[in-house]
Write a protein that binds this ligand. Structure first.
Ligand SMILES: NC(=O)c1ccc[n+]([C@@H]2O[C@H](COP(=O)([O-])OP(=O)(O)OC[C@H]3O[C@@H](n4cnc5c(N)ncnc54)[C@H](OP(=O)(O)O)[C@@H]3O)[C@@H](O)[C@H]2O)c1
Length: 296
């Protein structure tokens, strides 16, 4: 068994709180920091300590884990607020951010005497709680090896993809598939329903074909019932990730025009209640050309 490590975790949102719970179950010494401190309360009951500031959290830890909403927030917390406390510490950056943002973070952490590993994940709260996330590591081989015992507590099969940027690129590639597959299935589902087709009969055809993806069944009940509450991964983050993918694809000289309509559709959830609901609420947006951005 791994001896307890001193870890500070920044961002106790949906994913961060599940990862923190897993780390506590693995007996690590955990300090948590969150912008809205009240969101740390359930973790304190499980044995975590709360820090009043990012710098205070970092001061008592060797490992700094970031699970904040996006690249700009991660940079603000890590570089502007932890700052000098990065000296001699190792960052494990888990949020989904742009490859360029991740490389810039790695450089800024190194300038302050710290070490940086990107470790984005596929999977959500249930997988995080069980230590079964699919974790992609990007960074120096020696650092990945040093972090491996910890990575293995979050993921049964961490994959080292290469230098910083390779893991965040892979994560964006996977999340583009989440957005595109969810969108494609949602439209087909609406059409068969509007056409008076029995949904289960249609699903049997689909399941027997090469077109089937398990995510279709995973979200089917929610889409049929319009139940988008209790999200593991909210619509706002799906939009963020699709926009990050489009920007990365453009930088790579690809033609991502086909995704423009989907991005436009997802923009319609911005500032509405859909943003905080499960991402398959995208199904509410495909319901009609003038569909209001409301679930149901
Ligand atoms: N949820 C998933 O299943 C999942 C899976 C894979 C990857 N991810 C990625 O992991 C990251 C976190 O996702 P999540 O689902 O946990 O998101 P979330 O529930 O929305 O949590 C976001 C976290 O970022 C913090 N935050 C936001 N703006 C901030 C600011 N200006 N300053 C300081 N802190 C700020 C929030 O603090 P407050 O609580 O104070 O708002 C919260 O701790 C995202 O990049 C997401 O794409 C999520």
């Amino acid at each position: 068994m791994l001896s307890p490590m001193k870890i500070a975790l920044f961002g106790t949102g949906l994913l961060g709180s599940a990862i923190a719970t897993r780390l506590l179950a693995c007996d690590h010494q955990l300090v948590v920091w969150n912008r809205h401190g009240e969101r740390c309360a359930p973790l304190l009951d499980l044995g975590a300590t709360a820090a009043a500031s990012p710098a205070e959290a970092a001061a008592s830890a060797d490992w700094l884990i970031t699970v904040l909403s996006d690249g700009a927030t991660t940079r603000s917390v890590l570089i502007d607020q932890v700052g000098a406390q990065l000296q001699g510490r190792t960052v494990l950056q888990i949020a989904t951010i742009a490859p360029a943002e991740s490389r810039a973070l790695a450089a800024a952490v190194a300038e302050r005497g710290g070490h940086y590993l990107e470790a984005p994940v596929l999977g959500s709260r249930p997988e995080a709680l069980q230590g079964r996330l699919q974790l992609m590591a990007g960074g120096a081989e020696a650092l990945v090896q040093r972090a491996m015992p910890l990575l293995l507590q979050l993921s049964e099969t961490p994959v080292h993809l290469g230098e910083v940027g390779t893991a965040s690129t892979s994560k964006l590639a996977l999340n583009q598939l989440i957005a595109s597959l969810t969108h494609a299935f949602s439209l087909s589902l609406h059409l068969v329903q509007q056409g008076g087709v029995d949904v289960e009969a249609f699903m049997q055809l689909l399941r027997g074909s090469a077109l089937y993806a398990p995510t279709f069944d995973k979200k089917l009940d929610r889409e049929l019932s319009g139940h988008y509450a209790d999200p593991n991964f909210p619509t706002a983050h799906l939009r963020k990730d699709l926009l990050l993918f489009i920007a990365a694809a453009e930088q790579a000289g690809l033609n991502s025009e086909g995704l423009a309509g989907l991005a436009q559709l997802l923009q319609r959830s911005e500032g509405t209640e859909l943003d905080q609901l499960d991402y398959c609420a995208l199904h509410a947006l495909t319901a009609g050309r003038t569909a209001a951005a409301t679930p149901g």
